[in-house]
Ligand binder design. Structure first.
Ligand SMILES: Cc1cc2nc3c(=O)[nH]c(=O)nc-3n(C[C@H](O)[C@H](O)[C@H](O)COP(=O)(O)OP(=O)(O)OC[C@H]3O[C@@H](n4cnc5c(N)ncnc54)[C@H](O)[C@@H]3O)c2cc1C
Length: 303
């Protein structure tokens, strides 16, 4: 085994309310739990809550997250506050993942609690050309751009790793970013690649009639492209899940399908919170996190 590999019983991807509650319940059942993800990227970090049962005051989301982390630590969980880039299943049935700082974790059960990406660029043309060259998912739509020219916009791991993936498919890949906020390893990979880099810039508008024809950048330059991938934030939750073979809801393929035990179609893989679909509420995220944490801990005992 790789000497850098870290072993855990349960890995939880996502440190929002769903992931933190799952960590609390699994940790208290004496499982060896790791939580991945940045608290500041939880939707809750931007929210003020007035509809959380038994708490009459307005709750400040970022303070709730800090408190949740303290509780999860007290229950024995370990935190790696970084993004996950890859998840896989090993031949022995266990799982493994790779983080942006190249940590390699091996574990027996997985809880997916990565929330949903609400990150839109909110620029002219984005909505009208969605599905006509504008995409939020490299792994879902990258294949449509074989031998074409595409751009990726974003500052974080989703954009950097998405652009690297697209290099294997498209002829030309532009990466548009204000500042690359990624690990040194990922930064080096981008710098030493054929990606055409546009540092210090952003996308101001998407142009095209029937499909994407080009972009207007923040310095007013025009870039001719066939597609734009909007990758704001961490590596897309659904991209990671679908690569593992996790089933999505059959109606719109936007959410992870679970049963009442928060089990997915893969034994040992659970999901909780916004990633399982609306209503997007903390009360639901916490409830599902609780069940997922307990069920994952029970799974570990049996296997
Ligand atoms: C402005 C705003 C106001 C809101 N107001 C309310 C309200 O009043 N009441 C209410 O109940 N709800 C409210 N919500 C919704 C609520 O915040 C969410 O329902 C809740 O945070 C969902 O929890 P979650 O744990 O499923 O996902 P999130 O809290 O979004 O957490 C997702 C976690 O996954 C991590 N992650 C994602 N991708 C990766 C990756 N590749 N690798 C590692 N980690 C990853 C993120 O870093 C984050 O830690 C509001 C949301 C917003 C944005």
């Amino acid at each position: 085994m790789d000497p850098k590999t870290i072993d855990h019983d349960i890995v939880i991807i996502g440190s929002g309310p769903a992931g933190l509650q799952a960590a609390l319940h699994a940790g208290r059942r004496k499982a060896n739990v790791a939580v991945l993800g940045k608290l500041k990227n939880s939707s809750l970090s931007r929210a003020h809550l007035e509809n959380y049962c038994c708490m009459d005051n307005t709750l400040i989301g970022s303070e709730m997250l800090d408190q949740g982390k303290v509780q999860a630590l007290r229950a024995g969980a370990v935190f790696y506050e970084e993004d996950v880039l890859e998840i896989g299943q090993e031949s022995d049935g266990s799982f493994s993942l790779l983080t942006e700082s190249e940590k390699h974790l091996k574990f027996k059960a997985l809880i997916l609690a990565m929330g949903v990406s609400r990150n839109r660029l909110n620029v002219p043309g984005e909505k009208a050309l969605l599905g006509k060259g504008v995409s939020y998912c490299v792994d879902c739509d990258g294949g449509f751009f074989k031998n074409q020219t595409v751009a990726v916009v974003g500052n974080e791991s989703a954009a950097a790793s998405g652009a690297l993936t697209l290099l294997l498919i498209a002829d030309n890949v532009h990466l548009i970013y204000k500042e690359l906020l990624v690990s040194d390893t990922l930064k080096n990979q981008v710098e030493n690649s054929d990606i055409i880099k546009h540092p210090g810039l952003w996308v101001k508008a998407v142009e095209g009639q029937e499909s994407v024809e080009g972009l207007i950048l923040s310095n007013e330059d025009r870039l001719k492209v066939d597609g734009l991938f909007i990758e704001l934030g961490a590596k897309g939750a659904l991209e990671l899940a679908t690569r593992l073979g996790v089933s999505l809801d059959p109606e719109n393929f936007k959410y992870i399908l679970t049963n009442k035990k928060q089990e997915t179609n893969i034994a040992g893989v659970y999901a909780a919170g916004d990633i399982c679909g609306p209503p997007w509420q903390v009360a639901k995220a916490v409830g599902e996190g609780c069940i997922a944490g307990m069920e994952a801990a029970a799974y570990i005992k049996k296997n």
